[in-house]
Every structure is written in structure tokens, then in C-alpha cells.
Write a protein that binds this ligand. Structure first.
Ligand code: SF4
Length: 272
């Protein structure tokens, strides 16, 4: 029953933050601002996202060989590198030109690998089928459901076999097989939102590992949905005021909440 619980809206981004660190989810829910680092790798992520949005055009325009795709990627890279300063002007306000230049060079170094992987995917799946898995039908739609109360914004929705399914862009490394667990949960949360909005069953989704041009199709499992609902309810409790236990990790070294985070949680929250 959703009548007693599920009264507070939870955003998919809060679920992702909880998976990263429950205490960060707690502090941000109490109005504290999480300061993201503005190192070169963070800037690289923003640039990669812009570049990845052009992969469908790149694939569409190229003939199936590495030189043609690299040419297209080069030209999209130049465009993305010029435009992302305007798109992310607020985030880049205090970032030095050296850091931005380092990020540009780092992304540029990946173009050959991105091109090779996109070419392989085309060869494996056929160009049309591959294109349908990466071409957005809608980009960043705001989706909401009332049961449970959940809101989220998929990077894009793509249409495969006549069904709309979510696709997310990730800028880090990719696992040898499948996708990372948190990426699977991210997709499962979005799948539930897509089902609610469009009334079509979502059995799978896609994760694009943009840095490498790798696109992975993921089956949405019942257990992923179960996990999402569990985490969603934990986030709801956090937003209602329950402080979770501190989860020591390598994130703590660079976390701007580390001073205030020495507080012990209540006994109840140890069960989170
Ligand atoms: S200091 Fe560590 S446990 Fe505390 S909020 Fe930051 S990352 Fe999370």
C-alpha cells in the first residue's frame, strides 16, 4: 500500500546520490550544497556528454569505416568543445583555462577509440538497428509517477521494437561485461517512470559509456526494481529527517561535508 508511505517526492538523482553516499543525500536534503570538484575529469565528463549527444548524427553520416567516422567525430568534437562553455557557463565560472584545455585534450585522445567502438557496434548490429538504440525520440523529458512518488529525467528515450525505453549517458569507465550495478538501478528507476508515462512495458534500456563509444543493452530485472523501491523509501525517510549512518569511503577525502559528518546516527538509522 502506498497510502501510508510514499508521501514525499523522491527524485531519481537523489536515489543516485544515496547510492553514492547516504549522508550526502541527507545533507543535501537539509539544504546544504554539495560542492562537486572542478578538476579536469569533471570537466571532461561535461564535454563527453555533449559529444555523446552527437553520436547518432556521427553514425548516421558516416560510411562504415574508421576514417569516415573519425572525420565526423573530429568535427563534432570541435563543435562540442566550442559550445559547452555556453551550455555549462555557471559550472565553468571558476574553472581555469588550463583545466578546460586539459579536459579538451583528454577527450580528444579518445576519439579514435570511440570511432572504432561505434564502427564495431554498427557492424555487429547493423547500422539501422544500432541507430535506433542511440537516436533520441525525446531528450531529457521530465517524468513523474504518483505510485510511488518519483520524478526523474532520462538522458534520452529511444524507440526500439516500437517501445520507448530509457537510455543514460555515463562518462566513466565501463565494466568488462554488462553495466555497473548503480547504472542498472538508475535505468530500472527510469524504466518505471517510462512505463507510468507511456503505458508500455520496459524490459530493457541502454547505457552509453561515452568516453569509449560503448553502448550496452541492459535487461531490467525484477530485483533491480525491488532495489530501487527500497532505496527510494530510504531516501524518503532521509528527507523526512532521519540521518543515516556514516559510510566511510574514498569520497570522504574530498567531501565538503566531512567536518559536520562526524555526528553519529541514531540507533534506528543503523538499519538503513
Ligand atoms: S564525509 Fe564521507 S560519509 Fe560523510 S557525507 Fe561526505 S562522503 Fe559521505
Amino acid at each position: 500500500m502506498f497510502s501510508q508511505k510514499n508521501k514525499i517526492n523522491v527524485n531519481v538523482s537523489e536515489i543516485l546520490l544515496y547510492l553514492r553516499c547516504p549522508r550526502q543525500a541527507y545533507y543535501t536534503s537539509r539544504g546544504h550544497k554539495l560542492v562537486f570538484d572542478t578538476s579536469s575529469s569533471y570537466i571532461e565528463g561535461m564535454l563527453l556528454k555533449e559529444l555523446a549527444l552527437a553520436y547518432p548524427d556521427v553514425v548516421n553520416r558516416c560510411t562504415s569505416n574508421n576514417e569516415s567516422i573519425l572525420e565526423q567525430l573530429q568535427s563534432e568534437f570541435i563543435r562540442a568543445a566550442e559550445e559547452f562553455g555556453m551550455i555549462y557557463s555557471a559550472e565553468l565560472t571558476n574553472v581555469s583555462p588550463e583545466i578546460i584545455e586539459n579536459a579538451r585534450s583528454a577527450v580528444h585522445e579518445h576519439l579514435v577509440e570511440i570511432g572504432e567502438n561505434l564502427t564495431s557496434a554498427m557492424a555487429e548490429n547493423g547500422k539501422e538497428k544500432f541507430l535506433s538504440s542511440i537516436t533520441p525520440v525525446r531528450t531529457e523529458p521530465v517524468l513523474h509517477s504518483d505510485r510511488p512518488i518519483l520524478t526523474g529525467i532520462p538522458g534520452k528515450l529511444v524507440c526500439v521494437d516500437s517501445a520507448l525505453v530509457p537510455s543514460i549517458i555515463k562518462t566513466g569507465n565501463y565494466p568488462e561485461n554488462g553495466v555497473w550495478k548503480n547504472d542498472r538501478l538508475h535505468l530500472a528507476a527510469l524504466a518505471m517512470l517510462v512505463e507510468n508515462e507511456y503505458k508500455n512495458a520496459v524490459e530493457h534500456g541502454f547505457v552509453e559509456y561515452a568516453r569509449y563509444g560503448i553502448v550496452r543493452r541492459v535487461k531490467i530485472r525484477p530485483d533491480d526494481r525491488r532495489q530501487v523501491l527500497k532505496v527510494r523509501n530510504r531516501v524518503e525517510k532521509i528527507k523526512d529527517g532521519t540521518m543515516p549512518e556514516r559510510k566511510e569511503s574514498q569520497l570522504c577525502d574530498k567531501c565538503n561535508f566531512s567536518q559536520m559528518c562526524s555526528t553519529k546516527a541514531s540507533l534506528a538509522s543503523k538499519f538503513f
